[in-house]
Design a protein around this ligand. Structure first.
Ligand code: BTN
Length: 286
């Protein structure tokens, strides 16, 4: 039984209650409903199959059965570091140089938390070096192996709860043919050419996530995120829904997690995630 194997893999991790589904529309939707009904901090929803999984920018994220990881964690803001729970206490609050807004800051950090956790777990359990393609993808050999979708619920100016949803392509079968992926996909087993224990990888990802969660506002978090940033120092193209593409060199991350780009005419820009999509000019994936 998958549920038993899952329970065994997660043993010893200080999580909240776990709900496992053999098939579900979307673990994020399930976690949002559970949070609204009072799910505690670190409650976890896991599905073997997702039939209507959600990706960024309204895209779909399909999870065929028996092949991938699809899970969502409920986060209660009272357990966040103070700078996240009360954004007025942000270390950078006095330097609104990039004009970020607070909801965007929280979403950006949570998304980064998911990508950093996946990337660290791939390294720790499988020795795989991956990159974080800002803002929400994890790449292996230049292709997308995982995606993160963070959703936050606000009550007025108060953060009520947050959902961190992660999808990881583990087996070759997790890639669905003819699916309109926004970026070329890959799977861990495609790269490794050997079977991978997905529940072990889930446990390692959650362990890393639990490590970084209290450190969300720390410099160490930003440094680790930036160290794994894809295309750093390279020429990139930013695709924007409502404006012309923007070319430049990717410099790194701002203190608020914005992507810093120097355009060809020497302007330094800080991009918030919003509706922008990053592509490498060097690898020709534009
Ligand atoms: C993206 O790359 O666009 C984000 C993909 C996020 C997919 C995961 S799978 C688990 C969780 N449930 C969802 O409906 N989406 C996220």
């Amino acid at each position: 039984m998958v549920a038993d194997v899952l329970q065994e893999a997660l043993q010893g991790l200080p999580l909240g209650p776990v709900r496992y589904f053999s098939s579900l529309a979307s673990t994020n939707d399930e976690a949002v409903s559970w949070a609204a009904a009072g799910a505690p901090h670190l409650a976890l929803v896991v599905a073997d199959e997702q039939t209507a999984g959600k990706g960024r920018s309204g895209r779909r994220w399909l999870t065929p059965p028996g092949s991938a990881l699809a899970f969502s964690l409920v986060l209660q803001p009272r357990h966040f570091p103070e700078a996240v729970e009360k954004p007025g206490a942000l270390p950078d609050a006095g330097t609104l140089e990039y004009g970020y807004d607070i909801p965007q800051w929280v979403l950006s950090r949570l998304t980064a938390l998911g990508t950093l956790a996946v990337s660290s777990a791939l390294q720790a359990t499988l020795g795989l070096a991956s990159q974080i393609k800002w803002p929400n993808d994890v790449l292996l050999e230049g292709k997308k192996v995982a995606g993160v979708l963070a959703e936050v619920q606000w009550q007025g100016e108060q953060l009520a709860s947050a959902i961190l949803g992660i999808g990881i392509n583990v087996a070759k079968d997790s890639i669905v043919s003819n699916h309109p992926y926004g970026f070329p996909p890959t799977s861990i087993e495609t790269v490794l050419e050997k079977p991978v224990d997905r529940w072990h990888l889930l446990a390692a990802t959650l362990e890393s996530l639990l490590h970084w969660l209290p450190r969300l506002a720390s410099k160490a978090f930003l440094t680790s995120w930036q160290e794994r940033l894809a295309y750093r120092g390279e020429r990139v193209r930013i695709l924007r829904d409502a404006a012309a593409p923007l070319d430049g060199r990717l410099v790194g991350l701002g203190r608020d997690g914005a992507l810093i780009l120097v355009t060809e005419d020497g302007h330094r820009l800080a991009l918030q995630s919003g509706e922008v999509h990053l592509r490498s000019v060097v690898s020709g994936l534009c």
